[in-house]
Ligand binder design. Structure first.
Ligand SMILES: [Zn+2]
Length: 245
């Protein structure tokens, strides 16, 4: 893909304007992007996946219990205000760091498989963005995270990007209450004809960037329920619930 000249130019630019770690602001070595090695090691990993009894028995699982009949709810990182996960998500959402979302998915996928993840899955269903939002951002961060997960998975799995569409453009949710938020995201998803056939009898993993109230994931689950998936689980990049606030 890259020509030698391009690589040389990139290396030269890196020397002139070395990239800083988005967490500690330290200068990055050339082979790493966005986050330095020591900040990577120190990220607040949940590690819920290491113990099968914690697949649902964790703070994120409790948020969705009784709302989605999931076999597992496994966020990768814990979100804390002002913490490293917040900086990471900010870079992914607003600074074009889509490869960072992919990389995080890849690392998590590898760890899950290496730990002998106890569920068979057929594919990942990233929460779709509204087309307008996706055009503006240029990509869907949840899709890149899902693509990283799939690339690292020990067997071929699908990433379904055409199965569900998002319809209503949401207003900013920051100053709304729980009920208003729920009303606001309700019915924004629609199953496509393709989704109806491809998700049938499949072991589906819903993928989102951040799990907070669970309203988005619940709405997505209700949308795909009609297609008759065989089982469902949830993987997110981060969990931002009260337990860690
Ligand atoms: Zn750092």
């Amino acid at each position: 893909m890259h020509s030698t000249a391009q690589l040389l130019a990139e290396g030269f630019l890196h020397l002139l304007f070395p990239e800083a770690c988005i967490v500690c602001r330290g200068i990055l070595k050339e082979e790493l992007r966005f986050v330095c090695a020591s900040c990577r090691a120190a990220l607040p990993y949940t590690d819920f996946f290491k113990d099968e009894r914690q697949y649902m028995e964790n703070p994120a699982g409790k948020v969705l219990m009784g709302r989605i009949p999931a076999g597992f709810v496994l966020p990768f990182l814990i979100f804390q205000k002002g913490g490293s996960t917040q900086r990471l998500l900010h870079a992914i959402k607003y600074k074009g760091a889509k490869t960072l979302a992919y990389e995080m998915g890849y690392v998590y996928g590898e760890r899950l498989c290496r730990a002998g993840f106890a569920y068979e899955i057929d594919g990942f269903l990233p929460v779709p963005l509204h087309p307008k939002k996706q055009r503006k951002r240029g990509y869907n961060q949840s899709e890149y995270f899902a693509r990283g997960l799939a690339a690292a998975w020990h067997k071929p799995v699908a990433v379904w990007t055409q199965a569900v569409e998002r319809h209503i453009h949401r207003a900013s949710q920051t100053r709304k209450g729980l009920w208003e938020r729920w009303m606001n995201v309700r019915d924004v998803f629609a199953l496509t004809p393709e989704g109806k056939s491809t998700l049938r009898h499949q072991k589906v993993v819903l993928v989102d960037d951040v799990l907070t109230t669970g309203a988005t994931l619940e709405a997505l689950y209700q949308t795909i329920q009609v297609a008759g998936p065989q089982s469902v689980g949830v993987i997110t990049l981060a969990y931002a619930g009260d337990a860690f606030a």
